[in-house]
Design a protein around this ligand. Sequence first.
Ligand code: ADP
Ligand code: MG
Length: 401
Amino acid sequence: MQEIRADHSETVSMPPFLAQEFVHLYGPGDHEVRSFFAPGRANLIGEHIDYNGGLVMPAAVTLGIAAACRLRSDHLVRLHSSDDPLAVEIDLDRPIEPDPARGWGNYPAGVLRELFLQGVDLKGTDVLFTTTLPQGAGLSSSAAMEVLTAFSFLALAKAPASDLRAIALLCQKAENQFIGVNCGIMDQFAVALGKEDCALLLDCESQEYHYVPVALGAHALVIMNTSRQRRLADSKYNERRAECDAVLQLLGADAPRNGLVHALWSDVLCHVSDPVLRRRARHVISEQVRVEQACRVLAAGDLAAFGRLLTESHASLRDDYEVTGPHLDAIVSAALQTPGCLGARMTGAGFGGCAIALVEQAEIPDFTALVQSAYLAATGLEPAFYVTHAADGVHETTRKG
Ligand code: ADP
Ligand code: MG
């Protein structure tokens, strides 16, 4: 559990234009405009492990969504996003139900419904969201939107969040039930509980977590956006889940009760003859070992070894789990051929979206130029790059005084 300290807001800044844009949009008002920020997340290692009962290692990143909020004197919630022209209005005196016409507004609406069901005294509020996080690129803009909404409305209801884990679970429930996306707990946990220069080592089965220092020193985390939508991700995600279940069935009495990550490779060799299912199991079991190794090498400050683990993880996701696809493979391969890169891998569900690379800071301008031209030549798409590091989770950014 982490308390939000009153002085926490002093350590970060909100985009200076946000308050101005807010007043431009909603006009003057009696109450203070308060601002909040929720980061996106990159899973550093431990991919396709959450639903197999294992350990994942996400970090909150410096990209994220900011919200400017001001109480109203009635029971209306009005929402605008600088990233989407659809204006959203929610009447707190009526039941909040999913509504396709509400578009993106269903993400905050689902969270408001959960808060209401938990007895939070929601107040009429005007909100403006603005973002540096690409949507649908695997950096969890949905979780950022949800956690930001929960955190902001709790603060405005004078019930500030003291249990960020509870917020993460509430937001996951909203995404599962209101949006209908069967996501695990990783994204909302990372967005809520991220910590500067740390990754979260999260046990997806027990929901226990602790922080692992990610001191990058002369290196930075470069997020590489393939600019390729994750088209196959949903159907292949369900297919992989079914394949992991099939392996557990075949293991019979030797199947571990707490997920495929705990299976023994010798048991897989004994019970599973299908070569595809064997490869799926090999990814799950070996990826878990890599997460444990990553903890050790990060604790020892061995970034070169961490980089090698990232690259091995990508190879396993490409060859054994088959969720990378040509775009992620092209950008990772370009990154690995570029000086100053210690390792790279896809992050998120796969089939598009983003990859991460660990890159020497002095080399970053050359790195992005070389990867950009190699990737463009291979795919015809323009990639985008974001230089980042492990950052704090959701927090208030209102400037005091
Ligand atoms: P990801 O979480 O990987 O970014 P998702 O498909 O889960 O992708 O969530 C993306 C959705 O979240 C968008 O389609 C949109 O509805 C909502 N969303 C995220 N960020 C914003 C934003 N800044 N403004 C409006 N809607 C947003
Ligand atoms: Mg999402």
